[in-house]
Design a binder for this molecule. Sequence first.
Ligand SMILES: C[S@@+](CC[C@H](N)C(=O)[O-])C[C@H]1O[C@@H](n2cnc3c(N)ncnc32)[C@H](O)[C@@H]1O
Length: 276
Amino acid sequence: MVSLKEALKDKLSEEELRILRRGFEIIGNVAIIEIPDDLMHKSELIVSAILWRHKNVKTVLRKVGEVSGAFRVAKYEKLHGEETETIAKEYGCRFLVDPTKAYFSSKLSIERERIAKLVKDGERVLVMFAGVGPYAIVIAKLSKPREVVGVELNSVAVDYFRKNIKLNKLNNVVAIEGDVAKIVPKLEGKFDRILMPAPYSAKDFVHVIKGKIVEGGFVHYYTFESENHEDELPKKVEEVFLQNKMVVKTRFMRKCGNFAPYVNRYVLDLEFIREV
Ligand SMILES: C[S@@+](CC[C@H](N)C(=O)[O-])C[C@H]1O[C@@H](n2cnc3c(N)ncnc32)[C@H](O)[C@@H]1O
């Protein structure tokens, strides 16, 4: 994230700076900003400041609706440029993506690297809710898994995922199109590690991984929680797994993003102990 306030501190009034969102996201050549309606009369100035500071930005999109629906894609309005398909780069990986058609967030790159570094040689990894493949690809590039399987519902995202596997010259990553609830139970064998990067609905899909993870394996479980209830989260999540007849132990938890005021995205690294 880059400070928009900093870039505009000489161009907007104090009140205008106050209502301006602090940061914006850059995905490849596309910048995504949030401008309140009351500040839209200054949109050209804001766009110019971004283009001046970030010479690689070719398109500026204004986020006009929250990330929503099963595909988790927000609504955008074009403020500058035409092309919304772009290539995002991180840790030597390249991701072709159109953020107006498939979910992608550059803000999760540190989390992706963290997970990739946990993967031991020869592991078999399942990435549920795989999107355009960023977790699967960073894992395959930075570590030495035997196989990484990604499952994704949005056919546009799967198309990008397959292109990204080729773009990154990987031969141990497989992209499967479909609903994890239908696909995962049919996958053969077990996994050493399962990622569940769907913070808004992960608990509805916990039953899906039953019988699919080895004892001592890890589940990376993403969820939203209010800051006030952070301390209770490990117990709450372990309880969800128990209700689904699986014993897990939280070995690590961290905040890995912000969703709304006082509501954060958390990841819990859960060791799978046994089925009950
Ligand atoms: C928050 S996004 C995460 C995408 C990707 N892991 C990333 O970090 O960029 C969640 C993804 O899950 C997909 N999805 C939603 N419901 C699904 C389901 N039942 N089965 C498979 N994928 C699903 C959405 O289309 C979306 O791409």
